[in-house]
Design a protein around this ligand. Structure first.
Ligand code: AVJ
Length: 314
């Protein structure tokens, strides 16, 4: 794990322009900051998706295409704190569905919390946690005789370029069986005045979240980044619907990373690209799934038309 991190950091900081993978945001401090982000007034994504799950639970359950008496697996990729899924799980149980909930997450920390929370709140729930990077292994998707519903929420797909999204959807479809379904939650393409504040909140939580990546390099790889010499600098390409977060060097500086036995130099104003957050509409999604067996079956949207939950049939 730490080796992967070292390799990815070495590769990313050697590239021109410099990049770092956003998946490394999520250490214990990052998990905590992301939970704070989801509560920010500017970060509308979580509330919009939550509204869909809370207000349209019955229609959503119908769209999953399962029968109560037939066991199925409900696999959630990147489960996080499971707040959205909670409404769905609760209603599925009270409607008498026979299913196993399989949250998959890169963070062991988050999964333990989730398991304890669900054991307490929904004691009848069957749950099997799977720790891992789902991009690499799609781990929760081991062979099973049961039909599967995959939840991929929170606009997590948006961290990938469209090219990588295509590859991911192809790989995912190969792990599924015809009749399985995917619920894909994505943020809608919209104007910069709504999107940018979501990635540049007034309390500076998102800035701290992004800068935490440098703290993690300092701690885990013996880096010597001085946080005050970098600035969180998000941009939004409204035309294409892509938010990009950068960490910008405020001065000319050389940064030693001990574990890599290397020094990286930064010029004043040089930016490290740390995250893309792609925004979608149905035509973009259709392009991404064009070479896969997935078909769009049902589309749910929130009352403010900010967000989509799309049910895809394998
Ligand atoms: C969890 C990837 C969906 O891109 O909106 C939030 C992460 N980054 N604020 C997003 C994030 C900065 C988030 N995703």
């Amino acid at each position: 794990m730490s080796d992967d991190f070292a390799n990815d950091v070495a590769e990313g900081l050697s590239a021109t322009p410099k990049t770092l993978p956003s998946k490394y945001f999520y250490d214990a401090a990052g998990d905590d900051l992301f939970i704070q982000i989801m509560d920010l007034p500017e970060y509308y994504l979580t509330r919009a998706e939550m509204e869909i799950f809370r207000e349209q639970t019955d229609s959503l359950i119908k769209a999953l295409g399962q029968r109560p008496e037939k066991p199925f697996e409900l696999v959630e990729l990147g489960a996080g704190d499971g707040q959205k899924t909670f409404h769905l799980l609760k209603k599925l149980l009270s409607d008498g569905y026979d299913f196993t909930y399989v949250p998959v997450d890169i963070s062991a920390n988050v999964l333990e919390h989730l398991k304890n929370f669900l054991k307490k709140e929904l004691p009848d729930l069957k749950i099997r946690i799977e720790q891992g990077d789902y991009f690499k292994r799609l781990k929760g998707l081991q062979e099973t005789a049961q039909p599967r519903v995959i939840l991929y929420l929170g606009s997590n797909l948006g961290n990938l370029t469209d090219e990588k999204s295509k590859a991911f959807m192809e790989k995912l479809s190969r792990r599924l069986t015809p009749g399985d379904r995917l619920v894909l939650g994505v943020d809608k393409k919209k104007s910069a005045d709504i999107v940018l504040p979501a990635y540049n909140d007034s309390k500076g939580v998102t800035a701290a979240f992004n800068l935490n990546l440098l703290t993690r390099i300092n701690r885990d790889l013996g880096g010597e980044f001085k946080l005050e010499q970098f600035r969180h600098a998000p941009e939004y390409d409204e035309e294409n619907g892509i938010a990009i977060s950068y960490l910008e060097s405020l001065v000319d500086q050389d940064i030693i990373i001990g574990a890599l036995d290397r020094t990286f130099n930064f010029t004043k104003g040089e930016k490290i690209k740390v995250e893309i957050s792609r925004k979608y509409d149905l035509p973009i999604i259709r392009k991404i799934i064009a070479d896969t067996p997935f078909e769009i079956e049902t589309v749910f949207k929130d009352s403010q038309d900010l967000y989509l939950d799309i049910v895809l049939l394998r």
